[in-house]
Design a protein around this ligand. Structure first.
Ligand SMILES: [Zn+2]
Length: 292
């Protein structure tokens, strides 16, 4: 562990714990809403400072603002989705955990905490880490928004995606993931928009914008902007790790320019498809990785 890492992992969290009156040490299983201290600057906190709730060994949520949760499902690769409680109390789910079961578990947990809610879902692409939970959502009567291009790509490339995924899970220790990915229903979104037009949804006084900056990690990755909260869900086109990851469906030439277009948004939090960092610096980090 180098000096910076030591600071990030040990001293900063201790300092933040001290500042927030040990709020993050509260019992994790409590269902009572927990107010986030107003004095904390969200954007400047290290990832480990957010309050974390483990649902099971593969699945956990981090509360990054009041009513905003980044959901991480390690199945076995860690992937992020997000839940935002909007001004009119609707929950917006951006992407889903990999499986219908995990998606249900997350929504049940959040509603146990906040109360029964209307839910609206948005898929940011056709990969299983964007929409693996759709079958649960549609069975539960939850509208799922996605682009027409996402539907086309799922239809055209779904079989190939499944075959490739199973190929990555051949080791015996991956058996349970392999079985789950083999049986995973690939269900398209049911509320479609033309990708070039994007989408704007209103929830009381608050809006959500879906924007397509061009091809990137996949031809159909869109981003989801919450202007009232200065949060941009970048999804899989924003890289939160130190490697580019799966580029099977990527347009390596167009990807950096598509990322540059996201600087049009004002945000303090940038949620990548994978990785625990949530800071706006991920924009430059992604461009650096793609152009080095
Ligand atoms: Zn992904």
């Amino acid at each position: 562990m180098n000096h910076q890492e030591l600071l990030r992992r040990i001293f900063l969290p201790i300092f933040v714990l001290f500042l927030t009156g040990c709020r993050v040490a509260q019992v994790e299983s409590t269902l009572l809403p927990t107010a986030v201290p107003a004095t904390v600057e969200f954007a400047s906190l290290p990832p480990s400072a957010y309050e974390r709730f483990d649902l099971d060994g593969d699945l956990y949520l981090r509360q990054i603002q009041a009513g905003v949760y980044v959901v991480t499902h390690e199945f076995p690769w860690a992937a992020n989705s997000m839940i935002v409680e909007m001004a009119d109390s609707t929950l917006v789910l951006v992407d889903t955990p990999y499986t219908p079961e995990a998606t249900q578990a997350v929504l049940d947990w959040v509603q146990g905490r906040l109360g029964e809610r209307e839910i609206v879902a948005i898929n940011t692409g056709f990969h299983h880490d964007n929409l693996g939970g759709n079958s649960y959502l549609l069975e539960a009567g939850i509208p799922v928004y996605g682009s027409s291009l996402t539907v086309e790509l799922l239809e055209e490339r779904g079989d190939q995606m499944r075959a490739q995924t199973l190929g990555w899970l051949e080791k015996p220790e991956y058996e349970r993931y392999r079985q789950a990915h083999e049986a995973l229903p690939y269900v398209p979104p049911d509320h479609l928009f033309p990708i070039d037009e994007g989408l704007e949804l209103r929830f009381g006084a608050e809006i959500v914008q879906v924007y397509y900056p061009g091809p990137s990690h996949s031809p159909d990755n869109v981003v989801v902007y919450f202007p009232g909260r200065r949060i941009l869900f970048g999804g899989c086109m924003i890289i939160g790790w130190n490697g580019v990851g799966n580029t099977t469906d990527a347009d390596m030439e167009a990807w950096p320019d598509s990322v540059r277009k996201l600087s049009r948004f004002d945000f303090d939090v940038l949620v990548p498809g994978h990785g625990e960092r949530l800071d706006p610096g991920l924009l430059e980090h992604t461009i650096d990785l793609l152009t080095q």
